[in-house]
Design a protein. Structure first.
Length: 332
């Protein structure tokens, strides 16, 4: 596209976004979505308007690039657009409002109510499962020890986008939010995602998002992330190699994959009572998966516990030049 064409396109996009935002309810919706992701029914409740009306406003805001729409089963979440110029404009417009959103103080009270109920539901789910999770956690080194290793292996700078695969309660997102431009988590379980959303809001993480997705079919283009983590997920997988290959696909050249899971063990009860499919992984098994996903094993750290050992494997994707060389060699 020529520069002049691109400029015209950008001006049209900005004008469409301004037109979409120039309506009181739609500005209220933008303010509300600045505080987190909201479903249509939550917005209906907060705004006190009918569902068709709210849906029509949302459609316009999404169409103009001010909001992103993400489907999760039968629910659809709306949040401020990530991409510019829509995302940048939405944020700038909201910043112009007194106190971010004082245009409709009642909205904020109702938003707080909705969030409180959500947090209660997430906490109830957590309470129902916490004892089971604690059982497993007591078998290995403390999480902070594993997290310290993961932190050490992730570069301090240069991580724009990080993906946490099987994010569960979003702990990895909390650990890495301050070290990356943007953190995203995916998980198959909506209940886990609800807990993750609450945890992120509570931790004040503004650069994080979660969505429902399958680790075998990640909803991202190839080469979209500078780092990915798979923390305590692979032992549930029926095809761990495929999950690693899919993670490698979405990594950019020179990006890192960090996998944390158990070393081989014989605690059969983890299968019977905790749905573990695999009783840990050997270094050679993980190295073979990394190799077929074209990742180079850069580091392997064993953290012995009683009775389980946690291992962290770090793989690195080849840089652009090495990848081009490999493609060339494949052709010749
Ligand atoms: C033990 S939890 C670990 C959560 C988190 N990574 C952590 O360490 O706190 C395992 C998570 O993997 C998720 N999971 C299992 N199979 C999955 C799949 N095929 N795609 C996405 N997530 C999956 C589960 O829903 C669960 O939340």
């Amino acid at each position: 596209m020529y520069d002049s064409e691109r400029q015209t396109r950008t001006v049209e996009t900005v004008l469409a976004a301004l037109r979409a935002a120039a309506e009181p309810t739609r500005l209220r919706i933008l303010s509300l979505c600045a505080g987190g992701e909201l479903t249509v029914s939550e917005l209906v409740r907060i705004l006190g308007q009918s569902q068709p009306r709210v849906s029509r406003h949302l459609k316009l805001l999404v169409g103009a690039g001010l909001l992103d729409r993400v489907r999760e089963g039968s629910w659809v979440f709306h949040r401020l657009a990530h991409d510019d110029p829509g995302g940048a404009m939405a944020r700038q417009l909201i910043a112009l409002l007194p106190d971010g959103a004082a245009a409709a103080p009642l909205d904020m009270d109702r938003l707080a109510e909705v969030k409180h109920e959500r947090a209660e539901a997430a906490a109830a789910y957590f309470r129902r499962n916490a004892a089971r999770w604690d059982d497993v956690r007591s078998l290995y080194v403390e999480e902070v020890v594993v997290e310290a290793v993961l932190r050490r292996l992730l570069p301090r700078r240069g991580v724009r986008d990080l993906l946490d695969i099987g994010t569960g309660t979003g702990r990895m997102l909390e650990v890495f939010a301050s070290r990356a431009g943007r953190v995203q988590g995916i998980d198959l379980s909506p209940a886990m995602l609800a807990v993750a959303r609450t945890n992120m809001e509570r931790a004040g993480i503004a650069n994080g998002q979660v969505r429902k997705a399958d680790m075998y079919r990640l909803p991202f283009a190839s080469e979209s992330f500078d780092a990915a983590t798979i923390h305590q997920v692979l032992h549930f997988a029926d095809d761990p190699g495929k999950a690693i290959a899919e993670a490698a696909r979405v990594l950019r050249p020179s990006a890192r994959l960090l996998v944390a899971d158990f070393a081989p063990h014989d605690l059969e009860f983890l299968r019977d009572e905790h749905e573990h499919r695999r009783l840990g992984f050997s270094d050679s098994e993980v190295a073979a998966w990394f190799k077929s996903a074209h990742l180079k094993v850069k580091d392997t750290v064993h953290l012995p516990g009683d009775p389980l050992t946690v291992t962290v494997w770090m793989g690195v994707k080849p840089g652009r030049r090495a990848a081009a060389g490999r493609r060339q060699a494949g052709k010749n």
